[in-house]
Design a protein around this ligand. Structure first.
Ligand code: ADP
Ligand code: ZN
Length: 725
């Protein structure tokens, strides 16, 4: 077999196809052209240098700042019998010598090192005589002062480039603004700018955010949807971490706490037990997570509002690195916002306070928005989502009640005008509510015509409304002073009576818990458990985390396709030649016994085998049930009652059902349409504007047809067209 990147991907790593950009990046590196890779966590950055490393003659140096990650990577490579090692401060003198010897004898393909270790004399003496073909720099944002994790020792890496000037450089990071990207490339003296930037979108993460009602009950209800799964719960303080973790422990959950107040040994042990699947849930402060490579974290819950979107994104990013669905829940309360504000106020530096406030506001806006959260999240990182709906956030799956607040908006906006757009929301609210605080009286604002005209709402309600007005674009916040400014749209509300609707402030929403769990996948859970427990013993025997043996997805694939022999095994996701030889027989024995015991006809699964694609079998049984019942004559109303779900949820299931290639009877859909809307006109609109996005159609009808109805109309339109084709 000729060694090509694709052959290596298949045979060594056991994957059928490259992920987006991997192939292009690998080609470029093989041509020895410097490359910057920006890909979200779990995107598959490592393969971008590991595959070239296997193809180059000489050695590949991998620079990584975190010792635990280094060890983890090397352990995984060893499982594949790829000659790799690391040099760092944890090695004993003997181990160092052994590794150095292997390096000198050119037995290694990859050598992992921390940047500070690189410049010691003994390391340089070791490396100097060698042919180094590639230098891979992980967490490359550490090189930039503009990044969020600047490390001065990274600055010196350019010297190592000069020492080994025939080596190509590949720099990798999960987070880099454009400025940081430029900084990385110039600091490393790239000859041409060549960044490969993948989308920030983590498609497998389900996002939901909900106001706290009864935090504990909400959290428990969330945990119940994730039995036997690994997850992290982030808390604000150490004390809260301890309390929540003992509470959950008493409630019978497998949990441990993690925060900076625990001594080093305990922290290390708790982390280790989590990584090795000895314990399922980590209740932690933000101190936890750096250097955790555990791929099967199935959920991340926040019981407090993160201080900005970057931290939120980084923390939820730890879920679902394996590409399987993962669930993110954020519970927020108004107390949290105040708490965050308090900490911001403690900052000494004025400009730091200002920036932190703006970041916090963006986070609050994300939590309170009623449009698709993914759109807002990506927008924050400067990426446009290109769809009006992701289908994987709470806002996309349920329609929220809208409330007409035109009058309140007029009051608020005119008060902003009367106070000359010089104040933040707090002061405007004080004026509206007729406060008698000293500052207000000193300013003479008690004489304004808007003084005291807004007593019908509490301060908190007004604050909620103010944020909604901002997110609707009626007001913008002055980035320098935090004062509110009227926009052109505000003028329309003030002078043309343009209506304003906002989502009713959540009262006792029984939150989004009636959605199908994202984990309803199609594999045999009993067999999966057997395989998993065998993997655990194998892993413990070797002293490595279970995912180093095989990722969950591999076991799920086995539990879905019941491989019978070594050939079948090679078609399982993540099984390459080496691991097949090592572990194939062990797992095959379990599968065979299981199939015999349960009289499973394995040939059936063999014949309709799908190629081992890097896609998750995600058909939810619920979608199929709902689609079939509807096709069988049940109405949406009946399905709502039957499954205790919202109308919009039923509609989304129907939509997914159709997307999976099924069809639905047009006549039944027709019955569900609201007769007050002109169907001919709608059909024409879909014909001319297209049916892919609803926003143009929504705007075409001046927003008079609600989205929920449009979703349904579109279904009908699509079904009719299918008929006609
Ligand atoms: P990152 O470093 O970008 O966070 P990793 O390199 O750790 O991501 O990859 C995440 C997971 O995806 C790993 O388990 C890796 O083996 C897997 N992976 C990488 N490339 C592919 C691929 N082409 N097909 C399937 N799985 C892949
Ligand atoms: Zn969405």
């Amino acid at each position: 077999m000729t060694l090509t990147p694709l052959a290596l991907l298949k045979n060594t790593f056991g994957y059928a196809e490259f992920r987006p950009l991997q192939n292009e990046i690998i080609d470029r590196v093989l041509q020895k052209r410097d490359t910057l890779v920006v890909m979200p966590t779990g995107g598959g950055k490592s393969l971008c240098y590991q595959i070239p490393a296997l193809l180059f003659d000489g050695l590949t140096l991998v620079i990584s700042p975190l010792i635990s990650l280094m060890q983890d990577q090397v352990a995984q490579l060893k499982q594949l019998e790829i000659p790799a090692a690391y040099l760092n401060s944890t090695l004993s003198a003997q181990e160092f010598q052994d590794t150095a010897q292997a390096v000198r004898e050119k037995k290694l393909k990859m050598l992992y090192m921390a940047p500070e270790g690189l410049f010691s004399e003994r390391t340089l003496a070791l490396l100097q005589p060698l042919k180094i073909d590639c230098i891979a720099i992980d967490e490359a944002h550490c090189i930039s002062e503009w990044g969020h994790d600047f490390r001065p020792e990274y600055r010196q890496l350019v010297q190592i480039r000069k020492t080994f000037d025939s080596a190509v450089c590949i720099a990798l990071t999960a987070t880099a603004t454009e400025r940081v990207q430029k900084d990385i490339m110039s600091s490393l003296e790239f000859k041409t700018d060549s960044a490969f930037v993948a989308s920030f979108d983590r498609k497998n993460l389900f996002l939901r955010m909900t106001e706290k009602q009864d935090q504990t009950a909400q959290l428990i209800s969330f945990l119940k949807q994730h039995p036997e799964q690994s997850g992290i719960i982030y808390c604000f303080s150490r004390q809260q971490t301890n309390e929540l973790s003992s509470y959950l422990k008493q409630a019978g959950y497998s949990v441990l706490p993690y925060h900076a107040g625990l001594d080093n040994a305990t922290r290390k042990e708790n982390q280790e037990r989590f990584v090795r699947d000895d314990v399922q849930i980590m209740v932690a402060t933000i101190a936890f997570g750096m250097g955790i490579d555990k791929p099967n974290i199935r959920f991340v819950a926040h019981v407090d509002l993160p201080k900005n979107i970057e931290s939120y994104y980084q923390q939820i990013g730890r879920a679902g690195r394996d590409g399987l669905d993962a669930d993110c829940l954020l519970l927020y309360g108004y107390g949290d916002i105040a708490k965050n504000r308090y900490f911001i106020d403690q900052k000494e530096n004025e400009s730091e306070r200002r920036i932190a406030t703006i970041h916090l506001q963006a986070m609050v806006q994300l939590a309170e928005t009623h449009v698709c959260r993914r759109i807002l999240l990506l927008d924050y990182f400067g990426e446009s989502y290109g769809k009006d709906h992701c289908g994987k956030c709470d806002n996309c799956l349920e329609s929220k009640e809208l409330q007409d607040v035109t009058e309140a908006a007029q009051k608020f906006l005119s008060c902003v005008k009367r106070t000359e757009e010089r104040f933040g929301a707090g002061h405007v609210i004080d004026v509206l509510r007729g406060s008698e605080n000293r500052r207000l009286l000193n300013l003479g604002h008690q004489h304004l015509s808007t003084y005291g005209i807004g007593k019908e709402f509490s301060k908190q309600d007004w604050q909620y409304l103010a944020r909604q007005f901002i997110s609707k674009g009626l007001l913008r916040v002055d980035p320098e002073y935090g004062s509110l400014k009227l926009t052109a749209r505000a003028q329309e509300v003030l002078f043309k009576e343009a209506p304003v609707e906002v989502v009713a402030k959540p009262q006792h929403r029984q939150s989004e818990m009636d959605m199908p769990s994202p984990q309803e996948t199609e594999y045999d859970p009993k067999l999966f458990e057997l395989l998993r427990s065998r993997r655990k013993t194998l892993a413990d025997g070797q002293g490595v985390p279970p995912y180093v043996i095989f990722p969950d997805k591999t076991l799920m694939d086995m539990a879905a396709r019941y491989p019978q022999n070594s050939n079948d095994m090679m078609n399982i996701f993540g099984v390459g030649a080496v691991r097949n030889k090592r572990y194939g027989p062990i797992f095959l024995r379990i599968i065979t016994a299981y199939c015999q015991e349960h009289e499973i006809d394995r040939d059936r699964y063999r014949t309709n085998r799908a190629p081992k694609k890097d896609t998750t079998p995600k058909k939810s049984p619920r979608t199929t049930q709902i689609g079939e019942s509807f096709a069988g004559g049940r109405s949406i109303r009946e399905l709502q009652d039957l499954y205790k779900i919202k109308r919009s949820t039923v509609i989304h299931h129907l939509q997914d059902y159709i997307m999976q290639g099924n069809s639905l009877p047009c006549a039944f859909l027709q019955k569900e349409l609201d007769p007050q809307f002109d169907q001919r006109a709608l059909q024409e609109a879909f014909d001319t504007l297209g049916a892919r996005f609803l926003k143009p159609v929504f705007e075409h009808f001046n927003g008079k047809i609600p989205y929920e109805e449009l979703h349904l109309q579109r279904l009908h339109y699509v079904c009719k067209r299918k008929r006609a084709d």
